[in-house]
Design a protein around this ligand. Sequence first.
Ligand code: LLP
Length: 392
Amino acid sequence: MLFNNIQRERIRDLETPFYYYDLGLLNETLEQAKHAADKRGFHVHYALKANFNDRLLSVIQSKGFGADCVSGNEVQKAIDLGFSADKITFAGVGKSDKEIILSLQHGIFAFNVESIQEMEVINELASKLGVIAKVSLRINPNIDANTHHYITTGLDENKFGVPTSELESAASVIRQAKNVELIGLHFHVGSQITDMNVFKSLCVKVNEWKNWFEERGTQIKVLNVGGGLGVDYQHPDDNPIPDFQTYFEIFDRFLERAPHQEVHFELGRALVAQSGSLITKVLYTKSGVKKHFLVVDAGMTELMRPALYQAYHKIERVDTDQEPGVQYDVVGPICESSDCFGKEVPLPQSERGDLIAIRTAGAYGEVMASHYNLRDEVRYLYSDALNLSPSL
Ligand code: LLP
């Protein structure tokens, strides 16, 4: 249950929709992840793309995580919020010159480079600035992550990384590039991965390609295995925190590495998804020929995942403990049939004004919001405000 009775009272008259962030759960999730990683000497960079809400980022920064960024603006935000430059990586398949220059000027830890051409551009820009750019080469290992095809990134057909057939020429470009220092290899095969065997297969590929480079006399300091650990969208209350122990243990066991080699992770969703819920109000109830609809005041403009990936999010009433009695299609106000959060969702009989939570929305929720239909800016509520402020 998301809210107790006092909290229910307090949220009843708030303007909706809003993102509710449970800072206690965020804290506990980060603690568990950090503990499991530190125990094995692993480094975790939080992938800002999952959620760059300032308040959440500050908590994440304060726990000692690094930052994995995919735009110049994310790099700048990480710097502004206190992440130290030597804990910032910059990834992405299409970095602009402006973004590369900004990151070089900040002296970030490393660029995760996605193509030979990008390597050449970074070398040229670094040379103009008179600096050495540290880079990790992103290799496309051709592994199926068994997840939604839109968030699969490690197959030959995906646009990401350098295909293994081009590694020979990549290695020779790197050897000649005077302003680029290769420090690591980077892999990321997809997101919302729940099949742990995918990570075992990834370890096998990492070992293989690390050896390949070492046999050619290139020392690799950093093995960056990306992110992708999934969360339980079906049962957010039973599994609020992902099993970080098992996840890190797989890499600990299956990744071959020398003592001087660091293992880096770029976790996004696993660190923040369960801490966020989208709270929305029923505007209208409608019964069609075959259907009961709840028209709510949040739409695909606030949470795009169901419309974009047919993603499942648990939907529940937050203002009652009544048992479900009706199956509703829960839809938003946007003029698109894809603006639907869930079909045939079992819920208690509901009326205009009732409050609904769309759970597990802390990752890729707020950040993917849009202004389509000139909708309002996204609003938030943080759990500490709810617990402490008597006059919300
Ligand atoms: N590293 C790289 C290179 C990535 O591309 C991503 C995510 C991550 C790390 C973080 O992955 P995570 O730990 O969050 O799985 N909008 C989609 C997800 C897109 C993921 C993109 N890349 C969704 O809502 O499911």
